[in-house]
Design a protein around this ligand. Structure first.
Ligand code: AMP
Length: 356
């Protein structure tokens, strides 16, 4: 275990709200963060000691960045892998590149879960228009067509109903390589959020019940209802196996559907996750702090609940404009990410409420 003392510099690839909250947690432990992002208006850089604004493929800038860091992590799973491999010798990188490689490809991700004993939706690869016909003939409808790469928050997805014109769906995903997934009939959605230390210790947070609206997370509640808790052990066992197989260090999130036949793995995020934002006030140690502890080789903090029940509401688009009325309830923990303009579907902040 390589312990980095407070005062060391943590490099974070990506400049959004996850980087911002990681940087705040790191600062609390006495670390300095250096953000690397391609957008000059980085809301993570605003709260960090250093900022490099450069493209992900800019090896010269990446090299200077890596030389200034004692450890590097990422808050965004679509960081290109090849440039990272080039700078790998310059500073330790956690979580491992292998986790990025798997999480960037929906097919690799599902196969990885299956290889470790998990159940996924039935799926078929779609590389061109004729293979979409073949895939739908194989898995049936309803189905969801998802781009293999770069999809998030329901983007790059098209829902296929029985009898639909497939040309329209192929256009909707911009004719890119896709996975066609059978539609899973589920009772609930939940996520397993774990942290794995450099010594292999794994801790889980309380399992949140996640409610999505229009493909975007709207609400996370912990503890989850009994119907989810009954499936928690199987889901946790799968997530732990996957983390061990990757020799993972840091926070890993796996999203599941709770079905009549047990948990169905949907996807993994090799990073802190929106469904874990409630842990800032709702757990003894937050996902952000434990990620920093793990990558810096510190002992992991207690992941237990800090209240009887915790709810986290996302503030999407104009919902964040209600900040004054949200603050008028003194028990609300309001987080605003400092994004200037509230656009529809944009995650602007969240509110956490603890029930004792
Ligand atoms: P994803 O980007 O894969 O997380 O999908 C966003 C949301 O769409 C999920 O949280 C689910 O609510 C829904 N969804 C995705 N895939 C499926 C599926 N195969 N069956 C049913 N619902 C799905």
């Amino acid at each position: 275990m390589q312990t980095l003392p407070p005062g060391s510099t943590i490099g974070i690839l990506g400049g959004g709200q996850l980087g911002r909250m990681l940087s705040v947690a790191a600062a609390q432990l006495g670390y300095r963060c250096h953000i690397y992002a391609s957008d000059n208006n980085s809301i993570a850089a605003e709260v960090s000691a250093q900022f490099t604004c450069a493209q992900d493929e800019d090896i010269a800038s990446l090299t200077r960045f890596a030389e200034s860091c004692d450890v590097i992590t990422f808050e965004f799973e679509n960081v290109p892998v090849a440039p990272l491999q080039e700078i790998a010798a310059l500073a330790p990188l956690h979580p491992p590149i292998a986790a990025l490689d798997i999480a960037q490809n929906r097919i690799a991700e599902k196969n990885f879960a299956r290889d470790h004993g998990g159940t996924t939706a039935p799926f078929a690869e779609v590389t061109d228009r004729p293979s979409l016909d073949k895939a739908i003939a194989e898995i049936g409808t309803p189905a969801i067509l998802k781009t293999i790469r770069m999809g998030y928050d329901g983007k790059g997805q098209s829902r296929i109903r029985p009898g639909d014109d497939l040309d329209r769906h192929w256009d909707a995903v911009a004719q890119q390589p896709c996975v066609a997934e059978g539609f899973v009939t589920f009772d609930h959605e939940f996520s397993v959020i774990l942290v794995r230390g450099q010594d292999g210790e794994i801790r889980f947070w309380n399992t949140p019940h996640n409610i999505h609206e229009d493909g975007i997370l709207a609400l996370s509640v912990a503890p989850a209802p009994a119907a989810i808790l009954e499936q928690q052990d199987d889901a946790r066992a799968l997530a732990a196996k996957m983390a061990e197989a990757m020799d993972y260090v840091g926070v890993l999130t796996c999203e599941f559907f709770a079905t009549k036949n047990g948990p169905v793995f949907n996807e993994m995020a090799p990073r802190v996750h929106n469904s874990g934002h409630w842990t800032i006030e709702g757990a003894i140690t937050s996902q952000f702090e434990n990620h920093i502890r793990a990558i810096c080789g510190l002992p992991l903090g207690d992941t237990g609940l800090a209240a009887k029940k915790v709810e986290m509401h996302n503030l999407i688009g104009a919902q964040a404009d209600d900040w004054q009325s949200l603050l008028s309830d003194g028990t609300n923990h309001l987080h605003l990410y400092g994004k200037g303009e509230s656009r529809p579907g944009r995650k602007m902040g969240h509110v956490t409420k603890l029930h004792f």
